[in-house]
Design a protein around this ligand. Structure first.
Ligand code: GLU
Ligand code: MG
Length: 446
């Protein structure tokens, strides 16, 4: 963008009453980091970028820095975040401000290898080499919580049984879901619908499908926006995989299809078995073949593995089925331009860019290597004799990610190394931490 174009944009925005641009990007765990930049500083932000310490990418939810290569042991160097004005949207709940994403660069203006947006772009480029584009429609579930006395200080909002798909004030007495849906639409996130989910206080918002990097950008922003709008209401929106013992987890289902350079769906084929093309079958097989490595990215916390299990609507086994919700990969009944797979593996904690990149990388490998899926699951799944089991813990999934070198090459080896270091630090910290469960179980009789 030329200086004259930037000056014209700034004038136009000022005349619309805009005085701030919120610039944000996802860190390694999908938390939104960024700065609010005054409009008069936009030109300089576009020119020099906005400086951040690289270790922002490697910070735990508790605020500690994990020693990932290129971060703390390199002396905590800078990265710069360059606003991407193609992503500029309204910020309806913050009048006077607009919102855009940023790309991050290390010294020499090279893209930061652990940048989730960069990982997604890299995978999109790989698919491009095969003449393909991935189209992704994300669905995200989350709980709304209200502050309360006692530990942990938050309880489920409007907690009542059986409100699954119940609309209106019965399951949402304050009408917060509808407020969110409207705000997200006005922030141009292309949301399609919202509903009360299966469990008390649990909701879901669906996003329209689009090219994988754009879909990832919108899913990341949707999570950020939902959390922000909840805060305006004094509530906590959590995307944690399995926040409660007595209720189900929150999924991040991804509807994924492949289109050719002309934009035509190549996942389905009316003449193919089950109405699927060879490419579609290969893509499904890729997701199944690389599922153990995928789990590390789609189920990235210690808590994630408590969402899996029989009779949960979350997966447990590495399987696929035709319109079968008990399978890890469900093939919805639509064919023609709507032919696609629904990958039900991910939980809502997953970093949106990384999750989408990982699934598309596995689909890419399936197509590249012409993999064939095993027989589809029939009936209600969860029979451990019928299919291999998913990793049952984060350490197991991290080992699978490390071992899957082909997958690592597609998503980027620096990223995989950073992610493994970061997550193994999390496992190590948890292993040493005495939990409430241990005290309750052991302290009285033993
Ligand atoms: N909450 C379930 C999960 O964790 C999914 C429920 C549904 O089918 O939408 O994946
Ligand atoms: Mg759902």
């Amino acid at each position: 963008m030329s200086q004259a174009d930037i000056a014209a944009l700034v004038d136009e925005l000022r005349s619309r009453g805009v005085d701030v641009i919120r610039v944000s990007y996802p860190d390694l765990i999908g938390v939104d980091r960024g700065r609010d930049v005054l409009l008069e500083e936009l030109e300089s932000a576009l020119g020099h970028g906005i400086a951040f310490c690289r270790a922002v990418y490697h910070t735990t939810p508790m605020g500690d820095v994990v020693p990932v290569a290129g971060g703390i042991e390199a002396g905590l160097p800078d990265i710069k975040a360059v606003p991407d004005l193609d992503t500029l949207t309204d910020l309806p709940w913050e009048p006077g401000a607009l919102w855009c994403l940023a790309d991050t660069q290390v010294a020499g203006d090279e893209a930061a290898g652990e940048s989730p947006r960069e990982v997604a772009r890299r995978v999109s480029g790989k698919l491009g080499e095969l003449g393909l584009r991935a189209v992704v429609g994300p669905e995200l579930e989350f709980y709304l919580l209200e502050e309360c006395e006692g530990s942990p200080g938050w309880k489920r909002y409007a907690d009542a049984p059986g409100n699954v798909y119940v609309v209106g004030r019965k399951g949402d007495p304050r009408g917060i879901l509808l407020t969110m849906l409207r705000h997200l639409r006005d922030a141009s996130l292309h949301v399609t619908a919202a509903n009360h989910e299966f469990c008390g206080g649990q909701f879901e918002i669906n996003l329209d499908h689009s090219e994988m990097v754009d879909a990832a950008d919108r899913a990341f922003r949707m999570k950020s926006a939902v959390q922000e709008i909840a805060r305006y209401e004094g509530m906590l929106a959590t995307f944690m995989a399995k926040p409660f013992n007595d209720e189900g987890g929150s999924g991040f289902h991804l509807h994924v299809s492949l289109v050719d350079e002309a934009g035509d769906n190549v996942f389905g084929d009316p003449a193919g078995k089950d109405g699927l093309s060879d490419t579609g079958r290969h893509a499904i097989a890729g997701v199944l073949a690389h599922a153990p490595a995928l789990a590390a990215i789609l189920n990235p916390t210690i808590n994630s593995y408590k969402r899996f299990g029989p009779d949960t609507l979350a997966p447990w086994l590495i399987d696929w089925g035709l319109d079968n919700r008990s399978a890890m990969v469900r093939i919805p009944p639509e064919r023609g331009p709507g032919s696609r797979m629904e990958v039900r593996l991910g939980d809502a904690t997953a970093n949106a860019h990384l999750a989408i990149a990982a699934v598309c990388a596995a689909a890419y490998l399936g197509v590249r290597d012409r993999l064939e899926p095993p027989a589809a699951l029939e009936g209600y799944g969860y029979d451990p004799e019928s299919a291999p089991m998913l990793p049952q813990s984060l350490p197991e999934a991290l080992d699978a990610l490390e071992a899957d070198k082909e997958f690592g090459e597609v998503v980027g080896s620096y990223f995989v190394e950073s992610f493994l270091t970061y997550k193994r630090n999390e496992v190590e910290r948890f292993t040493r931490f005495v939990t409430d469960w241990e005290f309750r179980e052991y302290a009285y009789h033993l």
